[in-house]
Design a protein around this ligand. Structure first.
Ligand code: FHN
Length: 431
């Protein structure tokens, strides 16, 4: 008997171990990942019927609004000023290369035309149009990649049964098969109907970590429909089989100031970190804690130095307009990117560990030392530089800078440099 049990256990273990390593990305998928890493800067958009309340995307939950009452928001969601062209130009002007937008958030409302549920922007609102299709078409035209945020968690659907105990991996009071099928139907629509879609950004897994989310089926379906689509899941845990990139919320990879990333150890996949432009994801009429141009640029630079993309979030207003405070700031961020983009786009980070003075990005045989805090002493020490340094210059005006290379690293003499208020970028060319 004992022998039989051990055998069963061993077989189960092997099956599980195999299940964890079964995904082999295609060559096209690996190419999307490379390109994803090259893009470096993206626009995150949280937009839904919750935007009408001007109190963030959690308003239904936070204010205890019964689902059937909350649903009335759909009756008067009519974003007449939405203009996909303006949104895409807004992202481009800021130097962003891709957009990740909420197709369905935890409130369960679909912001796209879907046959899987009548609770969607085309069928349930007076707007009767599909803004995500317009956005996808515009993105394709303008060479901007589109990623869809998709919530696994749903506060309203009876088959999800929010609040239900989970028994044997499924909600006791729901219909898990039906919910998984619903998501697969919607994801099929999102992957097959919308041009320019290159990524799915899952969220909400963390709400029931003891459920069997059937990620193998869901991820398998996406990759079968389009192997080039990259998948990330904001589960706040280590990377799971079938994923193509790893994201961190409101923290740089390795950081955990928010408490979200305690279990998300950095894996081998491309990285992304997301942060809000003020303190809210969805439109919040009371939130005036706008980040400055300096904070945003430095976040982006730090992310690049940690080898991560930066996905910066805005919550557009319910009429479809983006508030001017965001636009003003992002135009200046875009100006910075126009001048200094070569030290960010297409680079990789973590080639040299982050330093007290800042971070290093690298591309081919160039290292970019981003000095964010100019040290007291008259030099910046860049450790562990591989290869012989042949030239050190200031990126802003190309002037040569004195340096000395030792086996331990390079001393770059900064005594004649006027530090830049945001980022003094020093270019080290190696052979
Ligand atoms: O609950 C969501 C939240 O509303 C927002 O979408 C963020 C974005 O990273 N993710 C969740 C919390 O982890």
């Amino acid at each position: 008997m004992l022998k039989k049990l051990t055998l069963i256990f061993l077989l189960l273990y092997c099956a599980l171990a195999n299940a964890q390593t079964t995904y082999t990305p295609t060559a096209d998928n690996l190419e999307t990942r490379q390109h994803f890493q090259d893009m470096k800067f993206g626009l995150f958009i949280h937009w839904g019927i919750y935007s009408e309340m001007g109190a963030g995307e959690w308003v239904m939950h936070d204010r205890n609004i019964p689902y059937n009452n909350y649903k009335r928001l759909a009756d008067f969601f009519n974003p007449q000023s939405f203009n996909a062209k303006e949104w895409v130009q807004f992202a481009k002007r800021a130097g962003m290369k891709y957009i990740t937008i909420t197709s369905r958030h935890h409130d369960g409302f679909s912001m796209f035309g879907t046959k899987a549920s009548p609770y969607n922007i085309v069928d349930a609102t007076p707007y009767h149009k599909d803004p995500l299709m317009e956005l996808a078409q515009e993105c394709q035209k303008e060479g901007i990649e589109l990623h869809f945020y998709y919530s696994l968690l749903d506060w309203g659907r009876p088959d999800y049964a929010f609040g239900s105990p989970i028994v044997n991996g499924a909600p006791a009071n729901g219909d898990w098969d039906s919910y998984i099928k619903f998501m697969k139907d919607q994801l099929t629509e999102l992957i097959t109907k919308y041009p320019a879609v290159k990524g799915i950004w899952f969220d909400g897994y963390w709400e029931r970590t003891n459920a069997n989310w059937r990620l193998d089926e869901i991820y398998g379906l996406i990759h079968k429909l389009n192997p080039t689509v990259i998948i990330g899941n904001n589960h706040h845990e280590a990377v799971k089989d079938g994923e193509d990139f790893q994201m961190f919320e409101k923290d740089l990879p390795g950081g955990n100031t928010t408490g979200f990333s305690g279990k998300s150890k950095i894996g081998e996949l491309p990285l992304e970190t997301c942060e809000t432009i003020n303190n809210s994801w969805g439109f919040n009429i009371n939130d005036r804690s706008y980040k400055s141009v300096k904070q945003i640029v430095q976040y982006l630079v730090n992310a690049a130095g940690h080898n991560a993309n930066f996905l910066l979030n805005i919550g557009p207003m319910p009429n479809g307009k983006i508030q001017p405070e965001f636009a003003d700031t992002l135009v200046l961020v875009g100006n910075w990117m126009q001048k200094n983009g070569e030290s960010i786009y297409g680079t990789r980070g973590n080639v040299i560990a982050p330093q007290q003075w800042g971070v290093v990005t690298s591309k081919n045989n160039t290292l970019y030392a981003h000095v964010l805090n100019m040290p007291q002493q008259p030099y910046v020490f860049v450790p562990s530089v591989k290869g012989k340094v042949t030239k050190v210059t200031l990126l802003s005006d190309g002037r040569s800078i004195k340096y000395r290379q030792l086996p331990e690293g390079v001393f770059v003499y900064t005594d004649n440099l006027k530090p830049d208020a945001i980022d003094t970028i020093i270019e080290l060319t190696t052979n």
